[in-house]
Design a protein around this ligand. Structure first.
Ligand SMILES: Nc1ncnc2c1ncn2[C@@H]1O[C@H](COP(=O)(O)OP(=O)(O)OP(=O)(O)O)[C@@H](O)[C@H]1O
Ligand SMILES: [Mg+2]
Length: 420
């Protein structure tokens, strides 16, 4: 059973199959890396972005997994992380639906569950302490993205300047380790001397930064408080093979993109950059973060940076037309979608409607044959575009893995996956 709705199989050589499906006329990718499943052209399909990157086959290790609901995208990612961990990799997951818990528990770790007013706090401004007089670019970009996401518009130059001044101020007042609350405070009560450096005064600065302050305040005292508004909770276990950030308590919230960005920022600051251990950072349900221009821009910049730290980023989403539809042709949203795709040289495409496949043909680099094929793919079968090469792969699950990834069980009200 391949899951591919094609006529009954008949015997053919790979040369014949290659002629029938020109997109697949490729030798196998190589036998290194975790096993993914069956190459429908014949043989096993293994994939390791770190090896392929090191060998110069790929210019970046990032991956996008796209496909209709329930086709097996998350299952692929979960088992892939499981198999990568056996080779020593560590995975960090932003989990908006709260579905990676069984996988984490199978490793003996509990997901880090974030909920408004909950017990766990993560400081998204964490990282090496700030000593420089000028604002830290990474933190500054994050705060601007969060403010833009909350305000629903781009910050004007005055607001950006206020934010940078407030961030520097907050860091200096708090030993180089600012919290969002400190930045809000510094925005509302700017320092007169710093205002002078902008040829302004504290009152004007306070007025210019007021809207930004009030929106960021939501994370501190408003509806989103109690998650990203304090020092990171002590004693968190982040050295295991898997670290899951469960955001399911806010899955239905309009603020989900903001919270996912905070969680991702904390992960990126916390990743130990000195280790040679390969790391994967997964953003499941990435449409949420990418549908918001401010945080999408920020995420794309992070993807570029993380390559330098040996981190492979992996985004899971339903369809690419969401990204394109968010703006007119040539708009920044479209450019971002294109940039993200060009920063992700591995694209795994599960079943798509013909219209969707045709709309994403250029973005995903699909041939006409591939566009025609995509609507016919069954559950668990994906078209892998690895650089310029294409493979049709049936993802295989062991019994244990099948239990760990079963999201249908919960949908049907049956008991969820058990701990093995
Ligand atoms: N390769 C596979 N073989 C058999 N069953 C599979 C396979 N992949 C996934 N499934 C089953 O399909 C169901 C849906 O899978 P999954 O949750 O991974 O889909 P998804 O594409 O991530 O869905 P969504 O878009 O809703 O997030 C799961 O219950 C899982 O057990
Ligand atoms: Mg999923």
């Amino acid at each position: 059973m391949t899951g591919l709705s094609l006529p009954p199989a008949h015997r053919a050589t790979s040369a014949h199959v290659g002629a029938l499906f020109p997109f697949m006329a490729e030798p196998v990718l190589g036998a290194t890396g975790p096993y993914v499943g069956r190459d429908l052209l014949g043989g096993s399909f293994c994939y390791d972005p770190f090896d392929l990157y090191a060998a110069g086959v790929l210019t970046n290790p990032n991956m996008v997994v796209v496909g209709q609901i329930g086709r097996g995208k998350s299952s692929l990612v979960k088992t892939y992380l499981w198999r990568q961990s056996l080779l020593g990799a560590q995975a960090w997951v932003i989990d908006p639906k709260g579905e990676y818990g069984p996988l984490a528990r199978a490793w003996g770790v509990e997901p880090l569950t974030l909920a408004p007013g909950g017990k766990l706090r993560l400081n998204p401004l964490e990282g090496a302490s700030m000593t420089a007089a000028r604002p830290d670019d990474r933190r500054s970009a994050l705060l601007a993205a969060l403010a833009e996401a909350c305000l629903g518009r781009t910050l004007n130059p005055r607001e950006r300047a206020c934010l940078d001044v407030a961030l520097t101020e907050a860091a200096q007042r708090n030993g180089g380790r600012p919290l969002v609350a400190h930045v809000v405070d510094a925005l509302l009560r700017p320092d007169e001397a710093r205002a002078g450096a902008l040829a302004s005064d504290a009152r004007t600065l306070s007025e210019d930064g007021r809207e930004v302050a009030l929106e960021l305040r939501r994370l501190v005292t408003g509806d989103l408080r109690g998650m990203f508004d304090g020092p990171t909770t002590r004693g968190l276990r982040v050295d295991g093979p898997l670290v899951v950030l469960d955001l399911s308590a806010v899955y239905g919230s309009a603020a989900l993109p903001v919270l996912m960005a905070c969680a991702t920022a904390w992960v990126q600051a916390t990743l130990d950059r000195s280790t040679p251990r390969p790391r994967l950072l997964v953003v499941d349900e990435a449409w949420a973060i990418l549908s918001n221009l401010g945080v999408a821009r920020w995420l794309q910049a992070c993807w570029k940076l993380s390559r330098a730290y040996g981190v492979a980023n992996l985004a899971v989403l339903h369809r690419l037309s969401d990204l394109r539809a968010a703006g007119p042709a040539g708009s920044e949203q479209v450019l971002l979608a294109e940039g993200l795709l060009s920063d992700s040289e591995t694209r795994v495409v599960y079943a798509q409607s013909h219209g969707e496949a045709a709309a994403s043909q250029e973005l995903l680099g699909l041939s006409g044959t591939e566009v025609d094929l995509l609507p016919r793919l069954g559950r668990g079968v994906g078209l892998w575009k690895v650089g310029r090469r294409s493979f049709l792969v049936e993802h295989r699950l062991s019994d244990l893995e099948a239990r760990l990834v079963d999201t249908d069980a919960r949908m049907a009200g049956r008991p969820g996956p058990e701990r093995p």
